[in-house]
Design a protein around this ligand. Structure first.
Ligand code: FES
Length: 352
């Protein structure tokens, strides 16, 4: 039974084909038992068992012997299944019956293809042993068109030629220049406006700073009154006749120039026009030959001695002298008071 399992139909067929030429006359005896077996029993057992019968030997060869005989080409004549099947072909009904009754043949074929001999043959031929798929078939070629199409579809786009650079037209250039000029104008206007405001601000700040500095300097230095000079000339003494009180210098210099007798001496002197009571300015009354104060009624004679009203003392005199040019020069920086005996000072009068 172990030998039956090891042998396969393919091996037997291969051995039979290899020894076909060497043992031609062994075919006929093998046909008889196969046909008979086809009629009576399934094909595979009959085929397997037919080989030893056709060989004419009583012992059944082992698989290794058959393979050795097949390789050396000197094996015993083995009945070829096809030859044995030829008479069966003449009897189609019998063959069909045999095929129908032998469902194990396909399974046996599978076993045969997986056998050592088939594996060796396949290895020698360079093909895969056993059943092969459609893609593994020798004549099958994988379709390559689709990937090629895909590759072609995924191929990078052809390079785009560079676009020719257009020269700017004069209009575009002018428009650009106008835009640039407008923006420059706006920038210039903004800069001018900001600059003007800044200039005005800085100018105002500078002016304020200057005024503040001037006020500060004025604060540190003493005030100077714009007063008329204290010495002034009133003309020659001939212009002041005896007994006359000249009032034309009252408004400008606050002085009466009088040519009158005082204690037996004819003198020209300058009386101060300030009332000794509270400082009012008296009026010369030619008709009454006196100075009358309008404030409180004080009265003074022509020589300045007080005689009525609240005035406590006589009027004061300024210094007077004859200048180098012969004119009478009055100096208001010096004053002389009668109650103090100062009227006797020669600086307080000029002899007429
Ligand atoms: Fe001249 Fe009073 S001020 S009398």
């Amino acid at each position: 039974m172990a030998e039956k399992k090891k042998m396969s139909v393919a091996d037997i067929l291969a051995a039979a084909r290899a020894d076909k030429q060497s043992a031609p006359d062994a075919e006929k005896p093998a046909a008889k038992p196969e046909v008979a077996s086809a009629d009576s029993s399934p094909a595979e057992p009959s085929g397997v068992e037919a080989a030893p019968v056709s060989a004419g030997s009583s012992e059944r060869p082992s698989v290794s012997d058959i393979l050795a005989m097949a390789r050396s080409g000197k094996g015993k004549p083995v009945e070829e299944p096809k030859k044995s099947a030829a008479p069966a072909a003449k009897q189609p009904t019998a063959k069909k019956a045999v095929a129908a009754k032998q469902p194990v043949v396909s399974g046996a074929k599978k076993n045969v293809q997986r056998d050592t001999a088939s594996i060796l043959e396949a290895a020698r031929a360079g093909t895969k042993p056993g059943p092969v798929s459609k893609s593994e078939a020798p004549g099958f070629s994988k379709p390559t068109a689709k990937p090629a199409v895909k590759k072609a579809a995924k191929a990078p786009p052809p390079p785009v030629p560079p676009r020719p650079v257009r020269q700017k037209s004069e209009k575009a250039a002018k428009a650009g220049a106008a835009k640039t000029g407008a923006s420059e104008d706006r920038r210039g206007f903004l800069a001018y406006t900001v600059g003007s405001f800044m200039a005005v601000g800085f100018t105002a700040l500078s002016v304020t700073g200057g005024l503040f500095s001037m006020g500060l300097a004025r604060f540190f230095f003493p005030n100077v009154l714009a007063e008329p000079p204290s010495s002034f000339k009133v003309g020659s003494k001939e212009g002041f006749p005896s007994g006359v009180v000249e009032t034309k210098f009252v408004a400008q210099y606050g002085v009466w120039v009088v040519n009158a007798d005082f204690e037996g001496v004819q003198q020209i002197y300058a009386l101060k026009t300030v009332c000794t009571h509270l400082g009012c300015t008296p009026n010369w009354l030619e008709a009454e030959q006196k100075f009358k104060c309008p404030c409180h009624g004080s009265g003074f004679y022509k020589d300045g001695i007080n005689f009525e009203g609240p005035a406590p003392r006589p009027l004061e005199r300024y210094a007077i002298k004859i200048a180098d040019d012969g004119q009478l020069e009055i100096d208001k920086s010096k004053s002389f008071q009668e109650e103090l005996g100062q009227w006797n000072d020669p600086a307080s009068y000029v002899t007429a």
